[in-house]
Design a protein around this ligand. Structure first.
Ligand code: DOR
Length: 447
């Protein structure tokens, strides 16, 4: 058993308990022992993490992580993905089932959970597929997967396109109590689109995806959630119209929750120009244009959409941040924009990206931490995401003001695919503690 730890002198923000004050956090036997007033006397025998000037919060929970194992270990493994998660301040991640084979049966799920226990640097939970092979044709054995321990069902990467299949899945969600997490994108509208439809797509000569490809399916799923009284969770919400649809659904008391990604709260479609959000002055494209690291699904949106997503997060319409960490191999991105894989490796930059609206005064730090801790814990229905005595000793120490430059070659993730390379973020994870063990210290490689 690890030595007890005292994290001293920091500003402790624990939204689940309404705590926001200077305090010491004591960790013992893998559990939170107490949050005491600072400055306190550090009990003897405790290792001290000096958090003076920093924020101390429950470890972040990510309900949407692509760990790629089994089958796609050249992109990421459970070991590398969870090490990256620790660097990003996450102490719990939920593995999406778009692996090969897909997590569509109990033994596939048990494999992920077992490798998570054996090689995971942080806690690994599993999400089951909605349909066999994520092919959108036949439902998985939902009760069997629930018994194997999945926390929800998703065909993420693919939508559940068939409305009646979605209706059936939502009906079963009543029985299992587990959410159906849909990647809301109507394929017949998205077509061969590569990025957000609009002036920039036209300028670049790329086929555009209209925002309605998302909102049409969000509206469909809300209607089906109402019909079935099922439990719906909408993955990576990214447009103003979708946010408004979820807001109305919540006002009507439906069982609908939603998440937003760090990129959809911080960067726009203009990043496809490859100029860190700037547009070429004279309209002439530079060599940096068509940055394939900006290709993601749903696509990067307009500033108005980003504003709507941030407003949704601030007022609670969007329940939580979820990364959609999508690591890819270099070959998947060193190609034409049309051929490139969708996704951004972002679990190590998530906090810094989410601080963009905080520094802009559009989201409070307390709300952000709530959306990354208490809210996903409620979604999971687990005793996580808080520093209550007896809860797992999962803690993150943050410096919200520290500026740092993003260097993908220093990522623990195998996925170096980020459009943020060379840019600066303000907000840094200093230390991550999982189950009472320090699993990440900024600038220090913890084995
Ligand atoms: O950009 C994305 N990449 N969006 C998804 O929904 C799936 C993900 C992946 O698995 O690469």
């Amino acid at each position: 058993m690890s030595r007890p730890i005292a994290i001293t002198g920091g500003r402790v923000i624990d939204p689940a308990q309404g705590i926001d004050r200077l305090a010491d956090v004591l960790l013992k036997d893998g559990l939170v022992e107490a949050v005491t007033d600072a400055p306190g006397d550090t009990p003897e025998g405790y290792d001290v993490v000096d958090a003076t000037g920093f924020v101390v919060a429950p470890g972040f929970i990510d309900i949407h992580t692509h760990l790629r194992e089994p089958g796609l270990e050249h992109k990421e493994t459970i070991a590398t993905g969870t090490r990256a998660a620790a660097a990003g301040g996450f102490t719990t991640v939920c593995a999406m089932p778009n692996t090969e084979p897909a997590q569509d049966n109990a033994s596939a799920v048990e494999f992920v959970l077992r490798i998570g226990r054996e090689r995971g640097v942080v806690r690994v939970l599993a999400i089951g597929a909605v349909t066999l092979g994520r092919a959108g044709v036949q439902l998985v054995e939902m009760a069997e997967l629930a018994e194997a321990g999945v926390i929800g069902f998703s065909d993420d990467g693919n939508p559940v396109a068939d409305p009646n299949l979605m209706r059936q899945a939502l009906t079963y969600s009543q029985v299992t109590g587990l959410p159906i997490i849909n990647h809301c994108e109507e394929p017949s509208i998205a077509g061969a689109g590569q990025m957000q439809m609009g002036v920039i797509a036209s300028h670049l000569g790329l086929a555009g995806v209209p925002p309605e490809a998302e909102s049409v399916m969000v509206e469909r799923d809300i209607a089906l959630a109402e019909l079935t009284a099922g439990r719906l969770h909408i993955a990576h919400l990214s447009t103003r119209r979708s946010v408004e649809a979820v807001r109305r659904a919540k006002e009507r008391g439906l069982r609908v929750t939603a998440e937003a990604t760090p990129h959809h709260v911080s960067i726009t479609e203009a990043w496809v120009y490859g100029l860190a959000g700037a547009t070429p002055d004279d309209g002439a494209l530079t060599i940096a244009a068509y940055d394939t690291n900006t290709k993601v699904n749903p696509p990067l949106r307009t500033q108005d959409d980003v504003d709507a997503v941030v407003e949704g997060l601030a007022d609670g319409t969007i329940d939580m941040i979820a990364t959609d960490h999508a690591p890819h191999a270099t070959v998947d991105k060193e190609c034409t924009y049309q051929e490139a894989a969708h996704g951004i490796s972002n679990i190590e930059t998530a906090f810094g990206s989410c601080m963009v609206p905080v520094h802009a005064g559009r989201l409070s730090l307390e709300a952000l931490i709530e959306r990354m801790t208490a809210a996903p814990a409620r979604f999971l229905g687990m005793d996580l995401g808080s520093l209550k005595p007896g809860f797992p000793a999962d803690v993150v120490v943050l410096d919200p003001a520290a500026a740092w430059s993003v260097d993908p070659s220093a990522f623990f993730s195998k996925g170096k695919n980020t459009p943020l390379a060379g840019t600066s973020l303000k907000g840094r994870v200093m230390t991550t503690v999982y189950a009472g063990e320090v699993v990440h210290e900024a600038g220090v490689h913890v084995a």
